[in-house]
Ligand binder design. Sequence first.
Ligand code: FPP
Length: 233
Amino acid sequence: MSASPRHVAIIMDGNGRWAKKRFLPRMAGHKKGVETAKQVAYAALDLGVEVLTLYAFSTENWARPDEEVSGLMGLLKIFIQRDVRELSERGVRLKVIGNWRALAPDLVVLIEDALTQTAGNTASTLVIALNYGSQAEITASVRRLAEQVKAGALEPDAITADHIAQGLETADLPPLDLLIRTSGEVRLSNFLLWQAAYAEMLFVETLWPDFGKAELAAALDGFGERERRYGGL
Ligand code: FPP
């Protein structure tokens, strides 16, 4: 039997190009992108993926025009209020990583409510990376270790990779097995850099709004066929 990935992460790229091809405003692409996120979350659940992590907003995305940033924040609110509630009925637990507490207070309250309401769900976990940056996440983990060293509670020589991993926001999740990026770009864009150390990577040409269950299923099948050696033979 082939292995199936427990934890899949996706860099959802290509909303803008999807809209451009149709002579639509960029927001139309993001709107369709949110619909796709919901469909893919259901598909992941149906296909037995335990954890699906989606990169919804990076710390670098603030550099986009104000209008696009506020549009994305509006869509996030809708996603958290409407789609997460629906997903919760199927037993999906929400987890949010990144500096989401620095977002607008009304969005923070919505996220807190959704986290509380879904905390007891056990069918699967949907992780939304929001105002997330991997280097900042690793830096925070290392800083906490430095504080322990300063306090005399930890010897520098005793620090292992596991100490750093335990300080990441993903410490409670299964290891990342498969990382997918849509739209043909081949880079990680500051997403799960540490966690991707042994992950399989899949870069597909499909623009995010066109991604769906069939492509997720194909990605999972492909994963089962690859042999992961973790540096061994
Ligand atoms: C990439 O498209 C996507 C983003 C910047 C993130 C926004 C993602 C969504 C709105 C979909 C899912 C949302 C939620 C709430 C789970 P792009 O604008 O970079 O596309 P382009 O490279 O073609 O311009």
